[in-house]
Design a protein around this ligand. Structure first.
Ligand SMILES: Nc1nc2c(ncn2[C@@H]2O[C@H](COP(=O)(O)OP(=O)(O)O)[C@@H](O)[C@H]2O)c(=O)[nH]1
Ligand SMILES: [Mg+2]
Length: 406
């Protein structure tokens, strides 16, 4: 057995030397501190002869020499010991890092408790100054995190055009569409919006949108297929907005179908992907991947109020390039719909007191200054759905049926 002694700065350095001198199969027999250096003893077994088998039973036709059972046991024990040592080494490296960078380690733990991925947490703490106070360092980290979340401007809403919402079933597409329509009506009047749905799958889906159209006093059109959008496209523009609702698609289905692929080259069409904050990171990644075929240009984040932790969602948002345009944190049509506010969402994710973001419907918004500053982000009790009530209270109910199916 080839036994050697090494002196190294730390375990990582020792392992490197052992690997260089004796190769990857060497086994570390002992390690101890001597004069501030790490002394490591490693051994390398000679390679077994080709015709030697452990059991002696295999390959009986060849001339085999049975291995001494004691030697075999020792070999197994050494192998176990090596695995154990390697595990301990991995642990101690993390511990050593934590000892060297206590503030960074504390922050990584804090971020992970909020649901942030370890990878993101480590990259966020990478730039903190160890000599600054914990408060300053944390505040810098918060600013950095908030600045890293991409946002998008809702240009299509200002200029008019065609906008479709895509996403899985039940994520809040129709609700978001209603919200966007209401926002547009308030800003530009009833004639500025056309509501269209491609959701023929669920009986209730069209009725849901139709009811909204009636209340808001705008027409709702049910289209046969996405090809019908071509004829409709000449009505968009000049500030007029065509809002398109789609049926929910399972991620796998979305990946196969590539919604709007047939018409995209003929008409200017923007799509936004609606994602709920309640999805787990893995599911969210899958959704983002699957809906790439619909070529979304922005994201709407819903159900922020229902998320246990927002860290997981933000971690995924930081991994991809699409900007966040709006988010919602409740079922109420107006009060719970907001422009993307990364400062607020970051504070919410870090489970810190946060001032609610600007409400999209400014005219009905409570002034920001009067908003409670110390509201626990996730502590508020779930609100009862009162969509219809809210709609009736903000819009005169019109009895004329504007919506008619084709
Ligand atoms: N708690 C909560 N519920 C929401 C939010 N946005 C939408 N919803 C609810 O989610 C449910 C499904 O919404 P819907 O718009 O029909 O989803 P769609 O299938 O994607 O069209 C409805 O009950 C909505 O009221 C939100 O931000 N928070
Ligand atoms: Mg829907």
């Amino acid at each position: 057995m080839n036994v050697r002694r090494y002196r190294a700065r730390d375990m990582r350095d020792a392992m490197r030397q052992v690997r260089e001198q004796q190769g990857a199969d060497a086994v570390i027999l002992s390690s101890r501190r001597v004069d501030g250096m790490l002394e490591v003893v490693a051994a390398l077994e000679p390679a077994p002869a080709a015709n030697v088998t452990e059991s002696g039973s295999a390959n009986r036709s060849a001339h085999t020499i049975p291995v001494d059972p004691e030697l075999a046991a020792m070999r197994r024990e050494l192998s176990d010991l090596r695995t154990l040592l390697m595990q301990q080494n991995a642990w101690s490296e993390r511990d050593q890092w934590a000892v060297r960078h206590p503030l960074a380690a504390e922050f990584v733990e804090r971020l992970q408790k909020c649901g942030f991925s370890e990878k993101l947490a480590r990259s966020l703490v990478g730039s903190i100054h160890e000599d600054s106070t914990a408060e300053t360092a944390w505040s810098r980290l918060r600013t950095r995190l908030s600045a890293s979340i991409a946002t998008a401007a809702p240009t299509v809403l200002e200029q008019g055009g065609m906008l479709a919402l895509v996403g899985s079933t039940g994520v809040g597409k129709t609700t978001t569409l209603n919200r966007l329509a209401l926002r547009q009506i308030r800003r530009m009047g009833r004639d500025s919006v056309i509501l269209v749905t491609l959701d023929r799958q669920r009986i209730g889906a069209y009725k849901q949108l139709q009811a909204f159209g009636q209340m808001a006093g705008i027409p709702v059109t049910l289209l046969e297929s996405e090809r019908d959008l071509v004829a409709l496209s000449n009505r968009a523009g000049d500030g007029k907005l065509v809002l398109i609702d789609t049926e929910g698609q399972a991620a796998r289905e979305a990946a196969e179908r590539n919604l709007f692929a047939k018409v995209r080259h003929q008409i200017p069409l923007e799509t936004w992907l609606v994602i709920p904050a309640t999805h787990q990171a893995m599911v969210l990644r899958q959704v983002l991947q699957s809906f790439q075929g619909s070529e979304p240009s922005a994201l709407v984040l819903t159900k922020v109020d229902e998320a246990e932790q927002l860290g997981e969602t933000l971690s995924v948002l930081l991994e991809q390039r699409l900007g966040l345009v709006f988010y919602s944190d409740g079922q109420r049509i107006d009060e719970d719909f907001h422009k993307a506010d990364t400062t607020y969402l970051t504070r919410l994710a870090l489970q810190e007191p946060a001032r609610p973001a600007e409400i999209v419907f400014e005219d009905h918004a409570a002034p920001a200054a009067s908003a409670p500053l110390n509201r626990a982000p996730f502590a508020s009790p779930p609100r009862a759905p009162r969509e219809t009530m809210v709609l009736e209270s903000v819009l005169p109910f019109r009895k004329t049926v504007h919506a008619a199916p084709h």
